[in-house]
Ligand binder design. Structure first.
Ligand SMILES: [Zn+2]
Length: 410
C-alpha cells in the first residue's frame, strides 16, 4: 500500500504549522526587493519558507514509528518535491528502452537520465565548498545548508540500522521509485563487512518492497564517494539480472544457504537464505575471500551487490569486481563513465551527450535492437573478472564461503 501522507495532513502537526508559516514567509519574500541580495542571501530567504530539517526529521520519526519505513520514505520524497530539492515530474526526464536479442536469456534495459548527466559529471569532483565540520559532500552537516543552493532544500530523517546511526537522504536526480540513500552519520570508508550487510538486511525487514543496491568501496567500480559509507535503495526495482537462471554446474547448498552462479554475461553469485546472520556472513565472506585472492599491491578488487527480501527469504546478487577490467570500446560509446551496480545488474545508466547533434546520433543508436543488446552483453562479459571458463576459481570461492558459514555454525 502506498502512503498518501502530505505535509498538510493531520498526521503531521509540526509541518501543518509550518505550512502556515510558509505562506507567511513566502508573502514576506514576495514583498522583498531581492535584486539587492546576493545569491546566498536569496537562498537563505527561500530556505526559511520551508519546514526546517528539525521539523521534517521529527515529523518523519512519527511517521516511521506509526506507519513504518516505507511510508516515511514516501513522505520524505513528497517533502523534498515540495521544497524543490527534487523537481516535480522528475520521471519525465528519464528515457527507458528495452534491448533484446534472441541469444539472451534476459532483456536488458537502458536509462538516460537527462537531468542527472550534468550532476554525475560534477558530483565526483572534489568539493569546492564544504560547511563547517563536513569532511565530504554527503556528511550530515551538508543537509539543509543555507549557504549552498544544492543542499538548502535537502531534508533527511534519522534512523538506526544494526546499531549504527544512519540518515535517509534523497538524491537530487532520482532514477527510480522512492530512490534514497542510506548514509552513515559517521564519515568513514565504504565497507562490505558483516555489520554493513546486516544493516542493509535490517532495512529490508522494515521496507520489504525495496531493493538495496550496494556500491563498491573503490573509485572506478561504481562509488562516487567511497570515503563515506552510503547505500542507494529503490522501491520495486527488479533489474534484469534478477530474472537470470542458475547454472546447474555451480549449484552448492549447505547450512541453510544456497549459492548459485547465474546464466548471465557478468558472472554473478546468487545467495539465498532465510537466516539474516547467515546472509551477512555469506556476503561478507565471499567479498572478503575475493579481495584476499588479489596478488598486486594496488587494491583493484571490490564488489557490488543488490539484495531483496521475498516472503521470509533473503536474496543477494553479488558482483565481484576488479577495476583493472574495463568494458569493450563498443560499450564505452554507450557509456563512458565507470560502471556501478545498476549497469552490472543489466540496466545501464547512459550519459546524456553534450551537443544536440551528438545527442541525436546517440539516441538513434539506442534504437538499434538487437545490436545494443549485444553491445551490453559483450561489455558486461568483458567487465567480469570471474569467468565460468575458469570453474576452479569460482568453486574455490564458493567453498571458502561455505567453510566460513560452517565454522560459524559450530
Ligand atoms: Zn563524509
Amino acid at each position: 500500500m502506498q502512503a498518501s501522507w502530505q505535509p498538510s495532513s493531520p498526521d503531521c502537526g509540526a509541518l501543518t504549522n509550518s505550512q502556515t508559516d510558509k505562506t507567511l514567509k513566502t508573502s514576506v519574500f514576495e514583498g522583498h526587493d531581492v535584486r539587492h541580495l546576493n545569491r546566498s542571501e536569496v537562498v537563505r530567504l527561500y530556505s526559511s519558507a520551508y519546514p526546517s530539517q528539525r521539523e521534517v526529521n521529527s515529523c518523519l520519526q512519527r511517521v516511521l514509528s506509526e506507519r513504518g519505513l516505507d511510508a516515511a520514505i514516501h513522505a520524505l520524497h513528497e517533502t523534498v518535491i515540495q521544497t524543490g530539492h527534487i523537481q516535480d515530474g522528475w520521471q519525465r526526464h528519464i528515457t527507458h528502452r528495452t534491448h533484446t536479442d534472441e541469444n539472451d536469456q534476459v532483456a536488458f534495459y537502458s536509462m538516460v537520465n537527462h537531468g542527472r548527466s550534468h550532476y554525475s559529471r560534477t558530483y565526483s569532483q572534489p568539493a569546492a565548498y564544504l560547511p563547517e565540520g563536513a569532511l565530504c559532500k554527503i556528511c550530515p552537516q551538508n543537509v539543509a545548508d543555507p549557504n549552498n543552493s544544492a543542499n538548502v532544500h535537502l531534508r533527511t530523517f534519522d534512523m538506526t540500522l544494526n546499531g549504527e546511526a544512519y540518515f535517509i537522504q534523497p538524491p537530487p536526480y532520482p532514477y527510480g521509485e522512492c530512490h534514497v540513500m542510506l548514509i552513515e552519520h559517521q564519515h568513514r570508508d565504504m565497507h562490505h563487512d558483516e555489520g554493513s550487510v546486516k544493516a542493509n538486511l535490517e532495512f529490508l525487514d522494515g521496507a520489504p518492497a525495496f531493493t538495496v543496491c550496494q556500491n563498491s568501496d573503490i573509485h572506478g567500480a561504481g562509488a562516487t564517494i567511497p570515503q563515506h559509507h552510503h547505500v542507494p535503495v529503490m522501491r520495486n526495482f527488479s533489474p534484469p539480472v534478477m530474472s537470470a537462471q542458475p547454472l546447474p554446474a555451480f549449484h552448492l547448498t549447505a547450512q541453510g544457504v544456497e549459492l548459485n552462479i547465474l546464466d548471465y554475461p557478468f558472472t554473478t553469485i546468487k545467495v539465498t537464505t532465510k537466516d539474516k546472520d547467515t546472509m551477512a556472513k555469506a556476503v561478507a565472506s565471499l567479498i572478503g575471500h575475493w579481495k584476499q585472492g588479489e596478488k598486486g599491491r594496488m587494491p583493484n578488487r571490490t564488489a557490488n551487490y543488490i539484495m531483496r527480501k521475498g516472503g521470509d527469504e533473503y536474496c543477494a546478487w553479488v558482483f565481484m569486481r576488479d577495476v583493472s577490467y574495463q568494458p569493450t570500446q563498443e560499450f564505452l560509446t554507450l557509456k563512458s563513465e565507470y560502471c556501478g551496480y545498476i549497469d552490472i545488474a543489466g540496466c545501464p545508466l547512459l550519459s546524456d551527450k553534450k551537443t544536440e547533434a551528438e545527442q541525436a546520433v546517440f539516441l538513434a543508436r539506442l534504437e538499434e535492437n538487437p545490436q545494443v543488446a549485444q553491445t551490453i552483453r559483450a561489455g558486461l562479459k568483458q567487465l567480469s573478472p570471474l569467468s565460468t571458463d575458469r570453474p576452479d576459481e569460482i568453486h574455490s570461492l564458493l567453498q571458502s564461503c561455505l567453510a566460513d558459514i560452517h565454522a560459524r555454525a559450530f
